[in-house]
Ligand binder design. Structure first.
Ligand SMILES: *Cc1c(COP(=O)(O)O)cnc(C)c1O
Length: 228
């Protein structure tokens, strides 16, 4: 793909995110784009960087680490895939955001290792909002214990919730899933007197609905970089 192709796609996606934010009665800059660069070669990601983009998402720790080393230092790296406990150190070293926290033990480990590495990542709790068997993330009832653990952490900021909608779901089901994550967040904030400003939800196929339902971050791969 040529430089202009990546730059043009990126420009179109960014404009579309702003347009749908405004359509939903939200500010044009209320939703930020995480360009999901998994499996995309470094030179193509560099083209997105040249076009002015900085936030990139990866789902494998090794690939995130390699790209973080190869690309300019001003990139902002988002770990969006399942995180095994033996991979926490490289992720803490390079990722500014971790979207996939799914247990109090993982959260505490991130806090300890981030302290050792001198970093302070933002973390999101991944929720299985529709109760699908195949999806990663915790049940809504399991979020509270993770927030309680986060209150004790000093080397991370627990900044909100993340979810993935069922693949190929109807618009009605997508609205239910994304709206459900927002309602869960609102309930947790009222009950726990905590701040959870971020909702990471929406991918290439469903981000417009996620924006209408309150997403603050959308994770988009295919619409920016083409089919994997
Ligand atoms: C791959 C991936 C995305 C991006 O998916 P696209 O359909 O290519 O936009 C978003 N979130 C997660 C967790 C992913 O693994």
């Amino acid at each position: 793909m040529s430089t202009t192709a990546v730059g043009e796609r990126l420009g179109r996606v960014v404009a579309d995110i702003a347009a749908h934010s405004e359509q939903a009665g939200r500010a044009g800059n209320a939703v930020s784009l995480v360009a999901v660069s998994k499996t995309v070669s470094t030179d193509i990601v560099l083209q997105a960087h040249d076009a002015g983009h900085r936030a990139f998402g990866e789902n494998r720790p090794q690939e995130l680490e390699r790209k973080a080393r190869e690309l300019p230092d001003d990139c902002e790296w988002h770990m969006i895939g399942h995180l095994q406990k033996n991979k926490v150190r490289p992720v803490c070293r390079h990722a500014h955001w971790i979207h996939s926290v799914d247990s109090p033990a993982l959260l505490k480990r991130i806090d300890r290792i981030a302290g050792e590495e001198g970093t302070c990542p933002n973390v999101l709790i991944q929720v299985n909002i529709t109760g699908e068997d195949t999806k990663a993330g915790v049940d809504p009832a399991e979020v509270r214990p993770i927030l309680d653990a986060a209150a004790e952490c000093r080397n991370l900021t627990c900044a909100g919730l993340m979810t993935m909608a069922p693949f190929g779901a109807s618009e009605a089901l997508l609205r239910e899933a994304f709206g459900g994550l927002r309602q869960l967040r609102d309930k947790l904030v009222v009950e726990g007197e905590c701040q959870l400003p971020h909702l990471s939800m929406g991918m290439s196929g469903d981000y417009r609905i996620a924006i209408a339902e309150g997403a603050t971050m959308v994770r988009i791969g295919t619409a920016v970089f083409g089919a994997r």
